[in-house]
Design a protein around this ligand. Structure first.
Ligand code: PMP
Length: 349
């Protein structure tokens, strides 16, 4: 017997590369190119206050998010990025002997939390054109989780199909990870279903559409019973997840709806014109409802494009996973950045 046998051994999630050089065109981690609103930038905080613990309930932020979405504060759970919120949700709700279900091509953190918490899981294949089939999620399970739009494919599932999955799983929790939903057409979000289904948890983030990946704010919305259960787990783990700057800047971001809308619309416009230009260069582009596109070239292998781009100071994301290893995930940057990418790829193809 040796202590090494009892160490919790996990294969960790690998985040995208964060190069030190600020001059590269960084399109590998789905950050927003525009920076947070001026309302956030002009917030002043008395740094002497940092000697005190923050409000453990982060009430100001919870109330701001609740009123923004027209729900009760008791229906909102906040955390350190949606990764923290998702991790807490796995720990809270996926606690049966039955396997949880998620797509085989999806956010690669899901199997990592499942392994960490020893949750059995089963993956469901996407269709050839990367769609999630609702009928795959109707067998007995200990919970269901999927992003909508899915990552890294960017493909949106229509709300009626999302609802079909929720309705077919009344005895387990369905987590809809809406990290990218603000870039999808209006009416796509499962938030409109929260009042009707006590087994639905919707997870959101400030990292993409609100341009605050560096601050780490995520949240979940569901019926109060679900949020209470998550709070109990959170307070059994770490009371002070949200620091003072996060609470303050998060509230300021919510107050600037105009800036939020205009940057999201700008990214959508750039995405759609970039996708059309990519098709003109011989790329297959999966229809995107996110702030990134998932592409495959008809002849040039993805690894080759990935490496040549990197040498030229352009960072894309490539996943060495069977089924998608000839694809690249490209975040939508500014108009100028995407023009540079198109020029680079025109020379390559
Ligand atoms: N869900 C999905 C589908 C994501 O792609 C990401 C970004 N890596 C996250 C959740 C987590 O984002 P964050 O922790 O920055 O909110």
């Amino acid at each position: 017997m040796n202590w090494r046998e009892y160490v919790r051994a996990v294969e960790p999630y690998t985040p995208g590369e964060q190069p030190k050089d600020e001059n590269v065109i960084k399109l590998n981690t789905n950050e927003n190119p525009y920076g947070p609103s001026d309302k956030v930038k002009s917030c002043v905080q008395d740094l002497d206050l940092l000697r005190k613990y923050p409000d453990p309930a982060a009430s100001d932020l919870v109330e701001a998010i609740a009123s923004y979405h027209g729900v009760e504060p008791g229906q909102v759970f906040v955390g350190v990025g949606s990764d923290d919120v998702l991790g807490m949700a796995f720990l809270t709700f996926f606690n049966s002997e039955r396997p949880i279900l998620f797509p085989d091509i999806t956010y690669s953190f899901y199997p990592v939390w499942a392994e960490l918490y020893k949750i059995p899981y089963r993956t469901k294949a996407l269709t050839e054109d990367f769609r999630i089939l609702p009928e795959d999620y109707k067998e007995e399970n200990g919970g269901v989780v999927f992003p909508n739009p899915n990552a890294p494919t960017a493909r949106l599932m229509e709300l009626s199909s999302v609802e079909e999955i929720i309705r077919s799983n009344k005895d387990s929790i369905v987590i809809v990870d809406e990290a990218y939903i603000d870039f999808a057409p209006e009416g796509s979000s499962a938030l409109s279903l929260v009042d009707r289904y006590d087994n639905l948890l919707v997870v959101r983030t400030f990292s993409k559409s609100r341009s605050m990946a560096g601050l780490r704010i995520g949240y979940a919305i569901g019926q109060k019973e679900l949020i209470d259960a998550m709070q109990a787990v959170k307070y059994s783990y770490n009371s002070y997840t949200m620091n003072r700057p996060s609470i303050l800047y998060g509230c300021a971001s919510i107050q600037d709806e105009e800036y939020f809308r205009s940057t999201v619309e700008r990214i959508i416009r750039t995405r759609d014109s970039f996708a059309a230009a990519m098709e003109g260069l011989g790329f297959r582009v999966i229809p995107s409802a996110a702030n990134f596109v998932f592409v495959e070239h008809e002849t040039i292998p993805a690894v080759e494009i990935f490496e040549k781009a990197r040498e030229a100071g352009i960072y894309f994301r490539h996943f060495r996973q069977p089924g998608i290893d000839n694809f690249l995930r490209i975040t939508i940057g500014t108009e100028e950045e995407m023009e540079t990418v198109i020029k680079f790829l025109t020379n390559l193809t």
